[in-house]
Design a protein around this ligand. Structure first.
Ligand code: NAP
Length: 331
């Protein structure tokens, strides 16, 4: 990359801690939009049209709207998922996209396990029950949950987060782990006794199914009516990946008809989840508003990591976590 004659121009479009702003300002001519909405979208696009790099969580405009930005070389998203970007359009524009994993893998796995446990032990439902003053005598069968320890945990997509969930299940709760992935995971097999199998086998054998596969053309509605029909009636599904990996209408039907027992969900086909969603009224569902990485420590670490990636690229010509490294090969 040809060195910049002056400080590169960078647009930040997410609220980040002051020390991260200071870090970016020490290397770049920075324009900061703490949020982008209909009111300031044109000013945002005007700033982007002059920028060499942009950094934020996801993309608040369509990828096509970045096209007039002639100097734009790189985007750093403060997230692991990058489904709000059209990567082939970025390739066309010659813009590198970088994402991040390290700071949020364990945090997201924690949340997956929290959802699994809350669903199995009916924590949210029974919390509401107590607050309504219904705890009048020792609980009976109506309030019983299901065991977690010793059960079978099926992980759809044993990548970074999937493996961290598998460790919690196998080492923390003595669970048997089944998984799907495009390639075998020898470490998880040797260290955790995990076994790779087909999606259908995983669905029919597992007591808990955790979805941890990225959203792509191949994984959209990977789990639909047919897949729910393969699952145990006692099974609980947890989704911390992306809403559209599951056919949400089919899941609602499966939960209503008792095809499966319950669900713990951090992600939805439409976010924020519309108030009209039947999921909101279901006692056998634990809902979270896409909080996989939403802890103070992790969000700060993610912002810092993403800022350092941008500095590495624009100042030191080093690439971390490229989503589309192919653009670096093109002239
Ligand atoms: P990762 O390391 O890339 O792991 C993805 C796994 O899915 C890999 O094992 C991969 O198999 C497998 N996979 C990919 N495409 C597949 C396909 N078509 N069929 C079967 N398996 C497939 O990703 P990660 O860091 O674990 O993150 C997973 C996803 O979690 C992210 O993409 C993001 O959408 C989501 N996420 C959500 C939150 C949240 O706040 N809820 C936070 C972070 C991430 P191979 O290893 O064989 O390629």
């Amino acid at each position: 990359m040809v060195p910049f004659p002056m400080k590169p121009k960078v647009v930040l479009y997410h609220p980040v801690p002051q020390d991260v702003i200071d870090l970016l300002e020490s290397h770049f001519e920075l324009t900061h939009f703490p949020k982008v909405d209909a009111e300031n979208k044109l000013s945002f696009l005007a700033a982007v049209s002059e920028a060499h790099g942009i950094i934020g969580m996801g993309l608040p405009v369509s990828t096509l709207e970045l096209k007039p930005a002639k100097h734009l070389k790189v985007i750093t998203t403060i997230s692991a998922g990058y489904d709000s970007f059209d990567v082939s359009e970025l390739n066309h524009q010659g813009v590198l996209l970088m994402n991040l994993f390290d700071p949020l893998t364990e945090t997201t796995a924690d949340l997956a396990f929290a959802l699994l446990m809350a669903s199995a032990r009916r924590i949210v439902e029974l919390d509401g029950w107590m607050r309504q003053g219904q705890w009048e005598r020792a609980v009976s069968k109506q309030q019983f949950g299901v065991d977690i320890h010793g059960k079978t945990l099926g992980i759809v997509g044993l990548g970074r987060i999937g493996a961290a969930i598998a460790r919690r299940g196998a080492l923390g709760c003595g669970m048997k782990v089944l998984y799907t992935a495009r390639t075998p995971k020898v470490d998880a097999e040797n260290q955790l006794g995990a076994r790779r199998c087909s999606l259908n086998e995983l669905l029919s054998e597992s007591d808990f199914v955790v979805v941890a596969v990225p959203l792509s053309a191949e994984t959209t509605h990977l789990i639909g009516k047919n897949e729910f029909s393969l699952m145990k009636k006692t099974a609980i599904i947890v989704n911390i990946a992306r809403g559209a990996v599951i056919d949400e209408n089919a899941m609602i039907e499966a939960l209503q008809q008792g095809t499966i027992h319950g669900a713990g969900l951090d992600v939805f086909e439409t976010e924020p989840l519309p108030a009209s969603s039947p999921l909101i009224g279901m006692q056998n569902v634990v809902l979270a508003p896409h909080i996989g990485s939403a802890t103070e420590e992790t969000r700060d670490a993610m912002s810092r990591y993403a800022a350092e990636s941008l500095i590495d690229f624009l100042v030191h010509n080093k690439v971390r976590n490229p989503v589309n490294p192919e653009v670096l090969q093109s002239p």
